[in-house]
Design a protein around this ligand. Structure first.
Ligand SMILES: [Zn+2]
Length: 516
């Protein structure tokens, strides 16, 4: 490639606090599930910007941003303040937004994606705006979202590809969920990404030495990216588009572009005519913020950074490494299983239940730990396959997520042991899992009720005898040396048993009965 992309991200995240940023209104724009709540129900004089009202800082929101900063290796400001960002637009009832200008809460951090360090310039706290819906005769405004605490994170221009940007965003989402500061659902607008991208020519070594500060290319902003895939594809598309322009000797225009999901292209929204002057000034209605960085006596209303640091949970990257080392999952599996804390917890519960079910199956000898160590590798493979591909597939087909999973860890573990000890065929195991998901029931009960278990023992012997009696010609040929017919006999047994025969036992019985 002749051109080197320089990519930075601006990410807005709605924080999961009980109340809004500066008033007592409920911070809730979604009912459980996917339905939005009635417009303009969570509003009050403060978030509607009535004259004479005064904002009060939500301490939980400030703590949430600091937790994010600590998890992202940031420095935490010793002093900070809020500022007014002035602009007039109907989604902003006060005529200004309370934001942070020159003293963000966190700065100078980084996050590593596959050993590539992406710098985090700053993380600050502000309030979200209302939501406009444009209709034929005008625009409707909903202020439920106005005043919701919003965290803004800005990266250094360290990202070099669409894929890297996507992985960075996914990692951030996993971190915010683990910290329990936001659900960061992109479809719900709880996490919004904007991309800044420019291309510059890759200079050869000589040129680089001569001109070490080569100019950056013209910057283009991409907005309206509401999925990780859109972030990746919009960047890839933009790299192509700008490369072609530059190759033809044309100029890239500084502008804001949107993403057309249907056509999978970016399109021009507006060109930039100089930067807007927001006339920032310190918010006179809010006191400046001070933080205790050193260990000290905890006083009322002081945020203790050391305490927050001590209370940080195990972060997704650490958890991923542990899943690989402790359980033997591969990297791709560990990545999926740690995307949200609930799924990671579920996986660990299943594994601890598995040990008990393996012992209870009575098929193995030794202590619980010995049995686990002997079978761990194979069982973990089964867990990964059934949890990620099969259960994940069943949930996706029903438009559900792991949060809606009705199978408890104990039942899932029992199911895995049933598959592992060949109590059910792979085909019927799929049906069994589906029934478990539908009913939330116990696998051994469903196996019995639905008659999905493998046929073995005397029942199987009866079927084997029937098959032998029905096919005298093939028996003769087999006995005279045509042993490939064994496959035919096994096939017949499977057919007679409606797919429920234990293939291993069937083979043993057939050889035993057909060999003189
Ligand atoms: Zn309010």
């Amino acid at each position: 490639m002749k051109y080197q992309p320089t990519i930075g991200l601006e990410i807005h995240v709605e924080l999961k606090t009980k109340t809004k940023m500066f008033c007592g209104c409920a911070n809730e724009t979604w009912k459980i599930g996917v339905e939005e709540i009635e417009p303009n129900t969570n509003v009050c004089p403060v978030c509607l910007g009535h004259p004479g009202t005064l904002p009060v800082i939500n301490k939980k929101a400030v703590e949430s941003v600091i937790k994010a900063g600590l998890a992202l290796n940031c420095q935490i400001a010793e002093k900070s303040k809020f500022d007014r960002k002035n602009y007039f637009y109907p989604d902003l009832p006060k005529g200004y937004q309370i934001s942070q200008y020159d003293q963000p809460l966190c700065f100078n951090g980084y996050l590593e994606i596959d050993d590539h360090r992406i710098g985090i310039t700053r993380i600050h706290l502000e309030e979200d705006t209302g939501k406009l819906t444009h209709i034929k005769d005008g625009s409707l405004v909903d202020y439920n979202r106005a005043g919701v605490p919003l965290m803004e994170l800005v990266t250094n221009p360290d990202i070099t590809s669409g894929r890297q940007a996507k992985e960075f965003c996914q990692e951030l989402q996993a971190i915010f969920r683990e910290l329990n500061i936001s659900d960061a659902d992109m479809q719900k607008g709880q996490m919004r990404c904007e991309v800044n991208i420019s291309l510059r020519e890759i200079a050869d070594k000589r040129e680089r030495d001569a001109d070490s500060r080569r100019q950056l290319g013209t910057k283009v902003e991409i907005k309206n990216l509401n999925s990780f895939k859109a972030v990746e594809r919009a960047i890839d598309y933009e790299i192509q588009r700008q490369s072609k322009l530059l190759e033809r000797g044309e100029k890239v225009i500084q502008e804001t572009r949107g993403w057309d999901e249907k056509k999978q292209i970016t399109f021009s929204q507006r060109t930039k005519e100089g930067s807007a002057d927001y006339r920032y000034f310190p918010e006179p209605d809010l006191p400046p913020l001070k933080f205790k960085i050193q260990k000290s006596k905890i006083k009322n209303n002081v945020i203790d950074i050391e305490k927050l640091k001590r209370e940080l949970p195990e972060l997704p990257m650490q958890k991923r490494k542990r899943f690989i080392k402790q359980y033997g999952f591969n990297l791709a599996e560990a990545k999926i299983l740690t995307t949200n804390p609930e799924l990671a917890d579920y996986t660990e519960q299943v594994i601890s239940e598995l040990k008990i079910w393996l012992v209870d199956s009575g098929r193995f000898e030794g202590t619980e730990e010995e049995i686990w160590q002997q079978n761990k590798a194979k069982v973990i493979k089964l867990v990964a396959g059934w949890l990620i591909n099969k259960l994940g597939g069943l949930l996706t087909a029903r438009k559900l997520t792991y949060a809606d999973n009705t199978i408890n860890a104990e039942n899932f573990a029992e199911f895995i042991v049933m598959v592992f000890t060949h109590q059910v065929s792979t085909k019927n195991a799929n049906l069994l899992l589906e029934k478990m998901l539908e009913t939330g029931g116990d696998p051994s009960n469903i196996l019995e009720d639905e008659d999905l278990g493998l046929t073995g023992g005397e029942d199987l012997e009866k079927i084997v005898d029937q098959v032998i009696n029905k096919n005298p010609d093939q028996v003769k040929e087999f006995k005279s040396g045509k042993t490939v017919l064994l496959k035919f006999f096994i096939g017949q047994v499977m057919k007679e048993s409606k797919g429920k025969a234990d293939p291993k036992q069937a083979e043993e019985l057939l050889i035993q009965k057909l060999t003189p």
